[in-house]
Write a protein that binds this ligand. Structure first.
Ligand SMILES: NC(=O)c1ccc[n+]([C@@H]2O[C@H](COP(=O)([O-])OP(=O)(O)OC[C@H]3O[C@@H](n4cnc5c(N)ncnc54)[C@H](O)[C@@H]3O)[C@@H](O)[C@H]2O)c1
Ligand SMILES: O=P(O)(O)OC[C@H](O)CO
Length: 327
């Protein structure tokens, strides 16, 4: 049976490639007709994942109806578009594996809750971890967290998608697997700012550690387990995206740190920097949960143009001294 992938961006295409490497036919749904044509004709996706020859076992379509017969569906749209795309999918009870990283604006809901609302009869899983799409598509070794509410379900889905260089570790902590990926994107922007503003490597290490403390506080307030946040989908992904210009979120932060405006930096992008969409939602969700997240607040202020880099850094450094670990 085929496995379906919803979303023909870099990550959806890379996941289709890794699944197809196990001799599995993959149906890839893409919004852009040029992606559908290029995947089916030239076996490539020059729009979102250039220079990677794709498996002929991947067949692209723009018809959501063609997803109906698949054994499982990997949902790889940007987080803010996930609900509308899922709404167009027939309610067949297929397992949905969510691969986007974010929190829904307006409702402040995690994506597994959104998916459950739209497809109450489908088992829901979350795939997250340190995964640059171009490395996964090139077959480089990668490990991920695969969480489902039920352990047997998580194991079955892990067996379905595991490949020699793509190694899932199972979990039953859906909230933990999701929150790590959503929050690290915002922290990656902050680390990029440190780089762009030339604040040094000590500052970046401090941001990673204090950012992880924010992630843990927020995660636990929303029901995540701290050990999940310390794993691949939390700390693992945080380290990856806070240390490489391959990260779109980190790169956005570099531009902000150099004094460019978020509007200019985001205006000519076709690709997503999810942290920019997540930051205001995360700050709102943290305030609603009574959780202090000064780094996320700082990123938000920079993105909105409310404050400049110098002021934001000064605000962070002049906060009252406090214990490293809060009771
Ligand atoms: N690229 C990666 O390395 C990577 C790795 C792990 C997770 N992710 C996550 O996967 C998700 C998708 O990212 P990506 O890198 O594949 O995207 P991308 O930046 O490569 O491509 C943008 C995607 O957004 C889609 N899109 C734009 N407007 C849309 C709309 N109105 N409705 C539905 N879809 C729309 C486009 O069709 C395209 O698929 C994000 O949540 C991202 O954080 C990405
Ligand atoms: O390029 P980024 O910053 O969206 O990061 C991609 C993945 O989330 C890394 O795990």
């Amino acid at each position: 049976m085929t496995i379906a992938v919803l979303g023909g961006g870099a990550w959806g295409t890379a996941l289709a490639q890794v699944i197809a490497s196990g001799d599995r036919p993959v149906t890839l749904w893409a919004r852009e007709s040029e992606v559908v044509e290029a995947v089916n004709g030239a076996h490539e996706n020059p729009l979102f994942l250039p220079k990677i020859p794709l498996s002929p076992l991947i067949r692209a379509t723009s018809d959501l109806g063609e997803i109906a017969g698949a054994e499982a569906v990997l949902v790889v749209t940007p987080a803010q578009h996930m609900r509308s795309v899922l709404r167009g999918l027939a309610p067949t009870g297929q397992a949905l594996i969510l691969c986007a990283k974010g929190i829904e604006a307006g409702t402040l809901k995690l994506l597994h809750d959104v998916a459950h609302e739209e497809h109450p009869d489908s088992p829901i899983a979350v795939l997250s971890g340190p995964t640059f799409a171009h490395e996964v598509a090139a077959g480089l070794p990668t490990a991920i967290t695969l969480a489902a509410g039920d352990e047997a379900q998580a194991k079955a889905l892990a067996a379905l998608i595991a490949r020699p260089t793509f190694r899932p570790y199972v979990s039953t902590d859906l909230a933990g697997a999701e929150i790590g990926g959503a929050v690290k994107n915002v922290l990656a922007i902050a680390c990029g700012v440190v780089e762009g503003a030339g604040l040094g490597q000590n500052a970046r290490a401090a941001l990673i550690a204090r950012g992880f403390a924010e992630m843990t506080r927020f995660g636990m307030a929303r029901g995540a387990r701290p050990e999940t946040l310390a794993g691949l989908s939390g700390l693992g992904d945080l380290v990856l995206t806070c240390s490489s210009t391959s990260s779109r979120n980190f790169s956005l932060g570099v531009g902000l740190g150099q004094g460019k405006s978020a509007r200019d930096l985001l205006s000519d992008r076709r690709t997503v920097a999810e942290g920019a969409a997540t930051a205001p939602v995360l700050v709102e969700a943290a305030r609603a949960a009574g959780v202090d997240m000064p780094i996320a607040e700082a990123v938000c202020a920079l993105l909105s143009g409310e404050a400049e880099v110098g002021a934001v850094v000064e605000r962070l450094l002049t906060r009252p001294l406090s214990a490293e670990v809060r009771a």
